[in-house]
Design a protein around this ligand. Structure first.
Ligand code: GDP
Ligand code: MN
Length: 362
């Protein structure tokens, strides 16, 4: 019997048909998917591509999380996309909520301000709960407590290149805590006070920042340069997210209520936390991964002629994710690494100088 229903409260397990390859030593790692029932087709696309490009060799298990129970049909369909073991579970309601201390009226005012500026998800409460969950709760889920690494997978992404090695193994061997494929500038309207709060946190707790990645994230005026690792793709250390220091930072940020008054994303928070506590050497740029999310894509290339890398198949055109009225409209695909809004150049040229930066707390 492949299905084991409710092996614990709200935990469903499916035993995949894959046989472990005895010559491969797997890490304690999982592919982690937060998704809605309504996104079945889009997450099937992501799982299928991840399997084809990489996981069919390793059969890392999947953990699917949701704030409401997964539909039986959703779970059945997902089992057709991978041979790996799959666990479906529910997020504890206290991990997907609005803290008591948040003033809902003030939150509504903040939503209107963002809406007037045309910012996406401006009025969405669920988007804010999602960002808060991905900032401070996903790694607290009981199913993740014994694991070392996760690979975050979102609906409707593409993987363009075969991966011929195990990135979890690379993370382990090189003692990396975090890895990324796209680094770009955040919309300042969504995080107007995040930098000032981060400076307060540094000051209150005497966080030693010399030699830390934070020096890459400040501009010449001592302000956040808005560069952040795009967290819809992430391979990272659970132990790092579970650490006391990360959680003290998250708890402080959460206490400000600004997941709701503003629209803080988990990506700049993960990045600033890496800035506070990690060094460049703790972070891996996964250059071999070709990836698309929305209209942003990148693949390994020193110039566009390397589109002919035999491990990668790069489409010329993609569907325009920004055209909600006509999602089949095609646009030309460009490598975001060479876009002026990419921070890859900031990353590539950053060599930390501990004496480089003096901050002024606001
Ligand atoms: P974007 O990438 O910032 O445009 O946001 P997405 O809509 O892709 O959401 C980010 C991730 O959170 C995706 O994996 C979504 O499936 C998931 N997600 C967003 N909102 C919800 C929600 O209300 N419930 C659940 N279960 N997942 C959500
Ligand atoms: Mn997304």
């Amino acid at each position: 019997e492949k299905w084991k229903y409710e092996i614990a409260p709200w935990v469903w397990h499916y035993q995949g048909s894959a046989m472990p390859d005895p010559s491969i030593n797997l890490e304690k790692a999982v592919i982690l998917v937060l998704v809605r029932n309504s996104e079945l087709v889009d997450i099937m696309n992501s799982v299928k591509q991840l399997e084809n490009r990489y996981n069919h060799k390793y059969h890392y298990p999947y953990i699917f999380l949701n704030d409401v129970p997964f539909a039986k049909d959703f779970m059945d369909q997902i089992t057709l996309a991978t041979d790996s073991n799959i666990t479906f579970s529910l997020i504890p309601s206290e991990h997907w909520s609005i803290p008591q201390s948040v003033d809902i009226n003030q939150a509504k005012i903040g939503q209107e301000i963002l809406n007037a500026k045309g910012i996406s998800y401006a009025k969405s409460m669920s988007y804010r709960k999602m960002c808060r969950f991905n900032s401070g709760f996903f790694y607290k889920h009981p199913l993740l407590s014994e694991l070392d690494f996760y690979w975050r997978l979102e609906p409707n992404v593409d993987f363009f290149c075969d991966l011929t090695y195990d990135p979890f193994k690379l993370m382990k061997q090189q003692d990396k805590k975090y890895s990324f494929v796209i680094i770009l500038k955040e919309l300042i309207q969504t995080i107007p006070t995040l930098w000032d709060h981060t400076l307060n946190f540094i000051k209150m707790n005497n966080i030693p920042i010399s030699g830390k990645l934070l020096n890459m994230l400040v501009d010449s005026q001592g302000k956040y340069n808005l560069c952040h690792f795009w967290s819809n793709f992430e391979i990272a250390s659970l132990k790092w997210f579970q650490s006391k220091e990360y959680n003290e930072y998250f708890d402080y940020l959460d206490s400000t209520g600004n997941f709701f008054y503003e629209r803080w994303g988990d990506a700049p928070i993960h990045t600033l936390a890496a800035g506070l506590f990690l060094q460049k050497k703790d972070i891996l740029f996964m250059n071999d991964i070709g990836y698309r999310h929305d209209n942003f894509a990148r693949w390994p290339a020193t110039n566009s002629s390397l589109k002919h890398n035999p491990k990668c198949q790069i489409p010329n055109l993609i569907n325009n994710a920004n055209n909600r009225k006509n999602p089949n409209e095609k646009i030309k695909l460009k490598n975001f690494d060479f876009n002026k809004y990419s921070c890859l150049n900031v990353w590539n040229t950053f060599e930390h100088d501990p004496l480089d930066w003096k901050y002024e707390a606001a």
